[in-house]
Design a protein around this ligand. Structure first.
Ligand SMILES: Nc1ncnc2c1ncn2[C@@H]1O[C@H](COP(=O)(O)OP(=O)(O)OP(=O)(O)O)[C@@H](O)[C@H]1O
Ligand SMILES: [Mg+2]
Length: 725
């Protein structure tokens, strides 16, 4: 069941039960009060009747007194009654007058409404005299009279009863007045008979039964109608009674109306309350519902379900927190995916690198031998010899193969770098003339140097390589011409920027950008461009090593490379190189091998590859040096210890079996502090930093005779490393 339904149901239940309880209580109280009111009114009417009766009795007593006086004056003559009855001012409240003699015989009877039989009057008088009452009730057979009896006396002492005067008054007027004033039925009963037709026969019978049982006040149902009955004896013997019947109909009607009103109010309260709760619950549960839908959508993998902020309550806060959590999870998942992708890519590159590096290493040694011997052939063959061109072809082929090997080594970051602190703008400006030669005429070339560009630490020849490869690619991408822009700028990479471009780390960089307006590339191509041998160019046109080389150099220089490109929108390659505070070194321009004069300096060559060892000694001997050779470190150390004369220079391979070049050099330098060392290598062991090698005494394989001799001369000119330290 939904939260809203639960909320609605529980609140509606609470409202309904509270409303019902309140209405029942109101109804109960109102019913009780209504029946009390009826009872109070009935008893009030009875009380009023008693007051009226009392007043009438007094009035009748006064009349009786007057009439008795009159009768006495006339010595009990019956004419007194007759005269008094005809007297106009007496007839209003005196409807019955009678005169009885001393024996109790009625001698005169006068009633304003005829029909009081003499026998009945005589019987009533007899009863009254027997009880000696002066007030009482006489019944004519049709009418009930309230009467007052006044005996009158004569004689000297006034003790002689002359007769009795009786005056009476019918109860009709009192009944009428009472009924009107109290809206009640007033019923008189005399000697078991009901006076007048106030109630139906069956009601009379029921009432008679109750009266017999002596019940004075109670609730009765008469002819299907509820009454409160108040009964009062008018005489001591109870022959005459008055009964007040106050109907409950009016109060029941009132209660029924009240009930209807209360039920209506109850319904209004429940419906109104329900609606209010509905609206309120909607307000409260809608944000919750939307949060639930957001969570469900997120479970299905949809993190874009809109969760707009609504208010400041707890639900809103939870929603906001969930939204933040969702974004973080989403970002983390994305980052994880990207990192996995990058890891896969770098693992692939790593594997490719190992493969390429392994091949290139052995290949390099072979090439050094081929190239060197071709060199010797060219040198030694007479100028006119037809074999000279063959030697030149061999050298050219070997050079080309060597350049491929170099690229492969560059890709797998196994090149021996010779980094210098560089001003990139200066380097590009210098190389511009060369670059312009690469750019066709239909391509507009421009260089936008960044202002106050920071220096970078990199191998200048490698940076030139990067520029060249990127320029060539850009030109190839613009077969119909276009614009090529090379630009540099300083850039401070913040944490946010770096996070989006792992594995870049925040810091100051110099950006080298190469942008073209060429054909651009698809996402699939973009994903693979740095792989070695990936090319979209037709067979024979591209090796697919250009960007692989760039990638390797950038990585080895602790930089990053990013590419932005869309098909038809051109491409923009950005190389980020870490900026350095150091001041740029002097550009070592124009290092040309000097003409070598004969010298007897001793050079020890240590190289495990026999071909390379022999080639190097051949080159050096031909240049006049004394050459010693050893095929590994151990042999070299032994040779040095056995030798009497000094060794001026050690030309050694870096990676060798038994003992590594640098280790051996250290041992020899301990013996001979004047020993200069030149390391020669085509590569570095995979991912090994080349800090252990002195920058200046390094010879890149494959080498030519000129570069070898040049390097040896340069090293011999300098102060020995061991002396400086
Ligand atoms: N500026 C560019 N615009 C469009 N595509 C490019 C751009 N630079 C490189 N590419 C794409 O990347 C691929 C790989 O480039 P890369 O330089 O590694 O090899 P290549 O140019 O094909 O061959 P090589 O450089 O060895 O002669 C290219 O074949 C080309 O599809
Ligand atoms: Mg290329």
């Amino acid at each position: 069941m939904r939260l809203r339904t639960k909320f609605l149901l529980s609140l509606v239940t609470v409202i309904s039960s509270l409303t019902c309880a309140t209405l029942l209580a109101v109804r109960q109280t109102a019913g009780l009060r209504a029946s009390q009111e009826v009872r109070r009114e009935a008893l009030g009417t009875l009380h009023t009747f008693q007051v009226i009766q009392h007043e009438h009795q007094e009035a009748l007593a006064r009349k009786a007194d007057l009439l008795a006086t009159l009768a006495m004056i006339r010595s009990g003559d019956a004419s007194a009654v007759k005269d008094a009855g005809e007297d106009p001012w007496q007839s209003d409240d005196c409807e019955l007058m009678a005169l009885a003699d001393a024996k109790g015989k009625i001698v005169a009877l006068h009633a304003t409404i005829p029909g009081f039989p003499m026998e009945a009057a005589q019987a009533e008088l007899k009863r009254s005299l027997a009880t000696k009452e002066t007030a009482g009730w006489w019944y004519s057979g049709t009418r009930l009279y309230q009467v007052a009896l006044q005996p009158f006396y004569d004689g000297d002492d006034g003790n002689k009863l002359v007769g009795t005067v009786i005056v009476g008054r019918g109860v009709e007027s009192a009944v009428r007045d009472l009924s009107q004033a109290s809206s009640s039925h007033v019923v008189f009963r005399y000697d078991g008979k009901f006076v007048g037709n106030a109630v139906s026969y069956s009601a009379e019978r029921q009432l008679a039964g109750r009266a017999r049982e002596g019940v004075l006040s109670e609730k009765l149902n008469l002819d299907g109608e509820n009454y409160f009955v108040a009964l009062q004896k008018l005489t001591v013997d109870g022959i005459a009674t008055i009964t007040i019947l106050k109907s409950y109909t009016e109060s029941e009607q009132y209660l029924a109306n009240l009930n209807r009103l209360l039920v209506g109010l109850g319904l209004v309260a429940v419906i109104g309350g329900g609606l209010l709760v509905f609206v309120l619950s909607d307000r409260f549960t809608r944000p919750l519902g939307s949060l639930v839908e957001g969570v469900q959508a997120f479970e299905r993998g949809d993190a874009s379900y809109p969760l707009p902020p609504q208010g400041t309550d707890e639900v809103a806060k939870v929603t906001e927190a969930f939204d933040r959590m969702r974004q973080t999870l989403e970002k983390n998942a994305q980052q994880k995916q990207e990192l996995e992708g990058q890891l896969r890519q770098s693992q692939k590159m790593e594997a490719l690198g190992r493969l390429a590096g392994g091949v290139a290493h052995d290949f390099n040694n072979v090439l050094t031998v081929i190239k060197g011997h071709a060199d010797i052939l060219s040198d030694r063959l007479p100028a006119a010899d037809s074999l000279r061109s063959s030697a030149a072809q061999i050298e050219k082929g070997a050079s080309r193969a060597a350049s491929l090997t170099r690229q492969l080594l560059a890709f797998c970051r196994m090149q021996v770098l010779q980094p210098k602190v560089l001003d990139l703008n200066g380097l590009i400006n210098e190389g511009c003339s060369l670059l312009k030669k690469l750019v066709r005429e239909d391509i507009a070339f421009c260089f936008e140097p960044g202002k106050d560009l920071a220096a970078v630490k990199a191998d200048p020849s490698q940076i030139e390589q990067i520029l060249m490869n990127l320029t060539v690619n850009a030109c190839d991408a613009m077969p119909k011409g276009g614009q090529l822009t090379i630009a540099t700028r300083n850039m401070t990479v913040d944490e946010e920027f770096a996070r989006n471009r792992p594995p870049m780390i925040a810091g100051k960089y110099v950006v080298l950008a190469v942008a073209d307006t060429g054909e651009g590339m698809s996402a699939e191509t973009k994903a693979r461009i740095f792989e070695p041998f990936f090319t979209t160019k037709e067979q024979g046109k591209g090796t697919g090593l250009g960007l692989a080389t760039v990638y390797g150099i950038v990585k080895q220089s602790h930089g990053c490379i990013w590419v932005e490109s869309e098909p038809g929108e051109g491409s923009r390659f950005e190389v980020y190189l870490p900026a350095t505070e150091a001041t740029p070194d002097e550009q070592s321009a124009g290092r040309h091998p000097e003409a070598r004069t004969e010298s007897a300096e001793v050079v020890l060559i240590v190289e495990d590859e026999e071909g390379v060892r022999e080639l190097a000694s051949e080159f050096l001997r031909s240049a006049g040096y004394q050459v010693l050779t050893a095929k590994n470190g151990k042999e070299a150390v032994q040779l040095a210890s056995e030798r009497n004369g000094p060794i001026d220079l050690l030309l050694t391979d870096v990676v060798m079996p038994v003992m590594r070049g640098p280790e051996m050099a250290k041992q020899l330098q301990q013996r001979n502090r004047n020993l200069r060392v030149i390391y020669m290598s085509g590569y570095l062991e995979y991912n090994t930093k080349n800090e252990e090698l002195s920058d200046d005494f390094f010879l890149q394989k494959p080498f030519s005779r000129a570069t070898l001799i040049d390097k040896v001369q340069e090293a011999l000119r300098r102060t020995p490393a061991g002396v400086g330290r």
